[in-house]
Every structure is written in C-alpha cells, then in structure tokens.
Design a protein around this ligand. Structure first.
Ligand SMILES: [Zn+2]
Length: 267
C-alpha cells in the first residue's frame, strides 16, 4: 500500500498512469524510470506502489511491456487476478491451503504482538471467503528472513521505504516473497488500520491486482496483465487505492464483490 502523499507525488511518474491527462504525459526513458523507482532490499524494485519486481531485469521488462509504449487499458469491468501469457498467477488448490509465513520477532521488537494479531485478523478475512489457509509458522519467527526456506513468505519491518507496506505475487521467487511493513504503518495512516493495510497486501499474495487498473478513468491505470473475476468494476474494493478515484473512505475491508471474486479464483 502506497502512502497517500506519495501517491499524489509519485503516482504519475512511477507507473505511467492512464486517464484523460495521460495522453499529454511524456514517457520517461528507462533511466529516468529507474531513477524514480523504489529500490528495495535485496534485488527488488517496487512498482505500482507496493508490488515487487525482481532485479533490473524485472524492472526493465515492466518498463518495456507497459511504460515505454504508453500502454492504456480499455476494458472496465470487483476483483482482478494477475494474468500473464494466458494464465492466472495464483496458488494451486493444495498450496493455497497451506500458505505458511513467519513474523520476524527481532525486526518488530516491541511491535511483534501487534503484527501477529493484525496478520491473524487480515488472513482470517480472506480465509472466511476463499478456499485459502494462511499458517503462522511461529517456530521460525526468530529466524524470519528472506532466505528462510521453511516458510512461503516472511513478514518483516523496514524503515523509510517509501511505502506503508509491500507484498509479492504467487510467482515471485522465495527471496522476494516478503510482506514488508514500514515503520510509518504504525503511525497515523488516516483511516487505515494495520489490519486493513495487511488485508490489501495479502490480496496481492493471493494473486490479486489493484482494482483501479481495471479503469482508465481511475487515474491510476497500471497495465493490462489482469483478468476480471467479476463483471462489475468495484471502486470500493480492498484492492483499490482510495486516492485513485476510489469510494472506500474508511478502513480497507473486503467488499461483497471482493468476496465473490476471491471465491471465483479459489473455490
Ligand atoms: Zn497494492
């Protein structure tokens, strides 16, 4: 999830937004695009506010596919799954029932219990509607790193990252499969609770794209690598940035369309 203020400043530059004003925008060179991208720990760049791509090669592919050609989508539809080369980016039915994670006790320190509790609440929201099961493997919390191969993903704290939190998609390699929570998430994030932010991030971990990429009029169109799971575009979706012409003004919660879409992908 991107900071509200960051979105206003960086939204256009980072993701080559669509929308009526997009036609007049200059397409940045790759070097300009790279200079403005968030370089995360390890070999990860963050695009679209809170999504990981791997290495300069991953950033280059993203640029070549979407930014360089000024790609603007045409379809409008609440939930959309990451869709590449004719297939959904999602967990298999078996893997979806055992998505293990650790919560780094050393990085969160005194905030550890707060994060464990928020992760429990956020995972429960998805588990209540889709056939998925997140498992907190707490025995790995004391060694919860990007290279901990005993879990599917790690949850760690970062500081000054340029986002509130960021996640990954099911096709990410282990080293990029992190839910990173910036220290700013523990301050005031407007009406968002930490649990709300994590509900959004966990949507990415299940394969869901930003809902606002379904609309060219959201002002935050990203790219065309998605497949709609419901026929209706949902401006209130948990996966829709409120600042992108969204309608969810309170905390980030799953709407009825989110639930329908999640069940459609994980029946
Ligand atoms: Zn997001």
């Amino acid at each position: 999830m991107r900071k509200l203020s960051m979105a206003l400043l960086a939204g256009v530059a980072l993701v080559g937004c669509g929308g009526p004003e997009a036609a007049e925008q200059q397409i940045p060179t790759f070097e300009e695009f790279q200079a403005q991208a968030i370089k995360d720990e390890g070999d990860v760049y963050v695009v679209n506010g809170d999504e990981a791509v791997e290495g300069v090669q991953g950033l280059r592919e993203y640029y070549d596919n979407f930014v360089a050609n000024g790609d603007v989508g045409t379809a409008e539809g609440g939930l959309a799954v990451y869709y590449v080369s004719g297939r959904d980016i999602k967990w298999s039915a078996t893997a979806a029932r055992n998505i293990t994670y650790c919560v780094s006790s050393s990085s969160f320190g005194s905030r550890y219990n707060t994060v464990v509790s928020a992760m429990n609440s956020a995972t429960a929201a998805w588990e209540a509607t889709a056939n998925v099961n997140f498992v907190h493997s707490s025995s790995y919390d004391s060694n919860c790193t990007a290279s901990q191969s005993a879990v599917v993903f790690d949850v760690r704290q970062v500081s000054g990252a340029g986002y509130v939190a960021r996640a990954f998609f099911p096709n990410s390699s282990r080293s990029a499969r992190n839910v990173l929570i910036d220290t700013s998430a523990f301050g005031s994030s407007g009406s968002w609770t930490l649990t709300g932010v994590l509900r959004h991030e966990l949507g990415h971990t299940l394969g869901f794209r930003h809902e606002h990429t379904r609309s060219t009029s959201s002002g935050c169109y990203e790219d065309n690598q998605w497949r709609a799971l419901t026929s209706t575009y949902d401006r209130a979706s948990v996966m829709h940035y409120p600042q992108c012409n969204g309608t969810q003004t309170g905390d980030l919660v799953l709407t009825s369309l989110d639930k329908t879409g999640a069940r459609a992908l994980y029946p």
